[in-house]
Write a protein that binds this ligand. Structure first.
Ligand code: EPU
Length: 443
């Protein structure tokens, strides 16, 4: 046994960032994570081959594809961003692999399997835990309204019906992205019409509806708060290209706001970025739309603002940590209020360790701008917190090391490579036994 002094530390990959470089150049935005993780399970309901294009190369996508493969799906890589999925021969409604606990979106398998087989047995989802519980009562409300009996025991959600699911009216008590998507999935092959009221309106909900419709479904109203789904007998194969990632684009916009410079953010839907754009303009950042691109630049001081996160079209909660990191450097006192999750401020302690002046009171962070942040060793506790710490590192004086990069890589494609292309000094470094073994800039 090793003594205390000889004890080895666990090997770990960290992002090492030497802050202070402005960002300049062009960055291409990948396909939307939160659309991809809904569309891949939806492919379970399709007879024939679905070709899905613009898939982001992120670990959440790899994990979901592996789950489908384990269930019997035939998955073929056409190129780096395009796959063919054929679920015709999937013969099981059970998905209880331990890997499923690592991804929140595995709960979409419940809606998809229930739609296809009339029953589903799925391991309870895991994924990012930014504090507090992430309930699924509204998903269950949707399934139950359509006639399923739902039971949770030993970490497995079982949803069963005697016959085909029946279309129903579902009023969601909270605006929930996940419950809207899961109810939509289950309703697609149900008997009759389902109406979801108080539905979420995020771009990825519209994207899922477009995917389903292009495979033969009848979904109307996605993007409004009333979605009507007329059940169809079957879905057939087809082609679909995933929309660009609103949050990845917003993250690079925030990074330029913090670090300064001028970046063309390519292949985006500017409409999805409107409220992020408006906040950045208030903060003294220049943002211009140019077709499928937005051009972000900052040379003057950052100004204070107040942000409240809300369901779409409100300010996205998934941009809250990144904006707080930038506001640490804005003149005056800013406030950031979380309106979606009970608690999403765990990352604040890490920013404080860099010299950020932030106090959290209930659901509001009060941020007093400081002239600079100082590099430190930090731990990402979830995906967007990780992105916020990287942004803080890019803006800070000295060297920042971010641990917990597995969270970041769940949702950001090649972040290190993209930032390096923009002129950032950032590397992904594998540390084994306290010693740096290999360095890579490929993310
Ligand atoms: N809620 C309930 N009951 C439910 C479901 C949700 O009370 O049955 C509550 C939640 O506790 C929360 C609110 O409703 O307070 C909104 O939750 P929602 O269901 O909309 O969140 P989600 O579907 O679990 C998705 C994204 C999250 C994003 C939220 C909000 C995916 C895979 N995840 O989560 O994205 O924060 O919507 O926009 O789409 C991320 O990408 O980093 C991420 C966490």
């Amino acid at each position: 046994m090793l003594s205390g002094a000889e004890k080895r530390s666990e090997p770990v990959t960290k992002y090492v960032i030497n802050g202070g470089n402005p960002l300049n150049g062009e960055v291409e935005i990948s396909g939307a994570k939160n659309a991809a993780v809904a569309i891949i399970p939806a492919a379970l309901m399709v007879d024939g081959v679905c070709r899905i294009e613009n898939l982001p190369q992120i670990s959440d996508v790899t994990l979901l594809l592996n789950i489908l493969k384990e269930m019997g799906a035939d998955i073929r890589l056409v190129n780096k961003k395009t796959i063919d999925i054929d679920c015709t021969h999937v013969g099981t409604s059970t998905a209880t692999f331990s890997s499923m606990r690592r991804i929140r979106a595995s709960y979409y398998l419940i809606g998809a399997l229930l739609g296809r087989f009339g029953n589903a047995h799925v391991a309870m989802p895991g994924g990012c835990n930014f504090g507090g519980v992430r309930p699924i009562d509204q998903h269950i409300k949707g399934f139950t309204a359509m006639g399923a009996k739902v039971n949770i025991s030993n970490g497995i959600v079982s949803a069963v019906t005697d016959v085909r699911l029946k279309g129903a009216s579902v009023y969601l008590d909270v605006v929930s992205v996940g419950a809207t998507i899961n109810t939509m999935l289950a309703a697609t092959l149900a008997d009759g019409m389902t109406v979801i009221e108080n539905a979420a309106r995020e771009p990825h909900i519209v994207d899922l509806a477009n995917f389903l419709n292009s495979m033969g479904a009848d979904v109307r109203g996605a993007g409004t708060n009333v979605i009507k789904i007329r059940g169809v007998k079957r879905l057939r194969g087809g082609f679909y290209s995933i929309i660009p990632d609103q949050i990845e684009a917003g993250t690079y916009m925030a990074a330029v706001a913090g670090a300064g410079g001028r970046v063309v953010i390519r292949d985006v839907i500017p409409k999805h970025l409107e409220c992020i754009t408006l906040k950045l303009l208030e903060m003294g950042v220049s943002v211009a739309n140019n077709g499928d691109n937005v051009v972000v630049s900052r040379s003057g001081p950052l100004l204070k603002t107040s942000i409240k996160t809300l369901p779409y079209p409100g300010f996205p909660t998934d941009m809250q940590p990144q904006m707080s990191a930038v506001l640490c450097l804005a003149e005056g006192i800013s406030t950031v209020t979380e309106g979606v999750w009970d608690n999403r401020f765990k990352y604040v302690d890490e920013l404080t360790r860099m010299g950020g002046e932030i106090r959290v009171s209930g659901r509001t962070a009060i941020i007093e701008g400081v002239p600079y942040l100082t590099g430190a060793t930090l731990k990402a506790g979830d995906l967007r917190a990780g992105a916020a710490l990287v942004i803080a590192g890019l803006c800070a004086k000295g060297t920042t090391m971010v641990e917990g990069v597995n969270y970041i890589e769940r949702g950001y494609e090649k972040m290190i490579k993209k930032l390096t292309t923009l002129g950032a000094d950032v590397k992904s470094v594998y540390f084994a036994d306290e010693q740096m073994l290999t360095g890579s800039s490929a993310g």
